[in-house]
Design a protein around this ligand. Structure first.
Ligand SMILES: C[S@@+](CC[C@H](N)C(=O)[O-])C[C@H]1O[C@@H](n2cnc3c(N)ncnc32)[C@H](O)[C@@H]1O
Length: 266
C-alpha cells in the first residue's frame, strides 16, 4: 500500500478527523468519501496550500463536510473537537513541536535543545488564545477566507479518547522516545512507495503503558520487515564513512549490528 492509503487504513470509524498539515487535503477528502469519519477539519500553517485544499474539497463537493482552517499545529482545533488526528508528511521533530505547542502540558522532551523554539506551555497557550479573536475568518489572499479558530481552551481534556496517526519523514526514533516518555502506547505499520519506506505510527494515551523500551527498540520500532531493515542498513552505510566523531561512529556501528541481527534472525 502507498503512504496515504496506509494512513487511511489506520483510521478507525470516527466522528471528526483532523488533518494537521493537510496541504492538498487529499487525506480528509478520501476519509470522508470512504465513510471513515462524519466530518473533517483540514488545517495548515500556510495559506497557499489551503487554497488548493479548498479547490479540491469543492471539486469533491464536500464543502459541507470538511472545514478548512489556517493555523499552527493543533491550535486551530477546539477542545475535544477531533477524535482522530493525523499529522503526516513532516519531520518527527516538527510533530513533537506540534504536540508541545498544542496540548502536552508537562511533556517530557527527548532533548529540548533539538526543538527550533522552546515548547509553549499549556498556560502560555491559553494566554495567547485570549488575545486572539475566536472563530474569526481569515483572508488568505485571492479573496478566499479560511476559519481561524483560537481555542478558548487548549484541546483536549480527555487525551485517551484521541487516536493520533503520525507519519514522520525522518527523526522517527526521536518521535518514538517522545511518545513513550509521555505515556502513549504505539503501533506501527509500514508503507512503501517505489523504493522508499514510510512508517505510520498510531499513538493513543494509555495509563497501562507496560512496554519497556530499550535503545534497540527505539531504533528498530515495531516493524518487522527484512527489506525495510536492509534499506535502513544501506542508508547508514552510505553516511558511515563521513562520521568523524567516535560517539557517532559507535552509535551507527551499534545500529548496523542491530539491523544485521534482524536481517539474519539472530
Ligand atoms: C509535505 S506536506 C504533507 C501533506 C500531507 N499531510 C501528506 O502527508 O501528504 C507538509 C504540510 O505541513 C504543513 N505544516 C508544517 N508545519 C506545520 C504546522 N506546525 N502546523 C500546520 N501545518 C504545518 C506545511 O505547510 C505543508 O503543507
Amino acid at each position: 500500500m502507498n503512504r496515504l492509503q496506509t494512513i487511511l487504513s489506520r483510521i478507525e470509524k470516527c466522528e471528526t478527523l483532523a488533518d494537521i498539515g493537510t496541504d492538498h487535503a487529499y487525506l480528509p477528502i478520501e476519509a470522508v468519501r470512504a465513510g471513515l469519519c462524519e466530518r473533517a477539519i483540514a488545517c495548515d500553517i500556510v495559506a497557499g496550500p489551503l487554497h488548493i485544499a479548498k479547490k479540491n474539497i469543492r471539486a469533491a463537493q464536500l464543502e459541507h463536510k470538511i472545514d478548512v482552517r489556517l493555523g499552527d499545529g493543533l491550535r486551530p482545533l477546539r477542545e475535544n473537537e477531533a477524535d482522530c488526528i493525523v499529522i503526516a508528511g513532516m519531520g518527527g521533530m516538527n510533530i513533537i513541536e506540534i504536540f508541545c505547542g498544542g496540548f502536552a502540558p508537562g511533556a517530557v522532551l527527548p532533548s529540548a535543545s533539538l526543538l527550533s523554539e522552546p515548547p509553549r506551555t499549556f498556560l502560555e497557550n491559553a494566554e495567547t488564545s485570549q488575545n486572539e479573536v475566536s472563530d474569526k475568518s481569515f483572508e488568505g489572499g485571492s479573496g478566499e477566507t479560511f476559519s481561524k479558530v483560537s481555542p478558548e481552551k487548549i484541546p483536549e481534556k480527555n487525551p485517551k479518547k484521541i487516536k493520533f496517526i503520525l507519519q514522520p519523514q525522518h527523526d522517527l526514533e526521536e518521535l518514538r522516545r517522545f511518545l513513550i516518555a509521555n505515556g502513549y502506547k504505539i503501533n506501527e505499520t509500514l508503507a512503501r512507495e517505489r523504493s522508499r519506506f514510510y512508517v505510520v505510527v498510531d499513538a493513543q494515551k494509555s495509563c497501562e503503558n507496560s512496554d519497556r523500551w530499550t535503545d534497540r527498540d527505539f531504533f528498530l520500532g515495531k516493524i518487522d520487515d527484512k527489506n525495510y531493515f536492509r534499506a535502513l542498513r544501506e542508508k547508514i552505510e552510505k553516511y558511515f564513512d563521513s562520521l568523524t566523531e567516535k560517539n557517532s561512529r559507535d552509535a551507527a556501528q551499534k545500529k548496523l549490528e542491530w539491523l544485521e541481527e534482524k536481517i539474519h534472525d539472530r
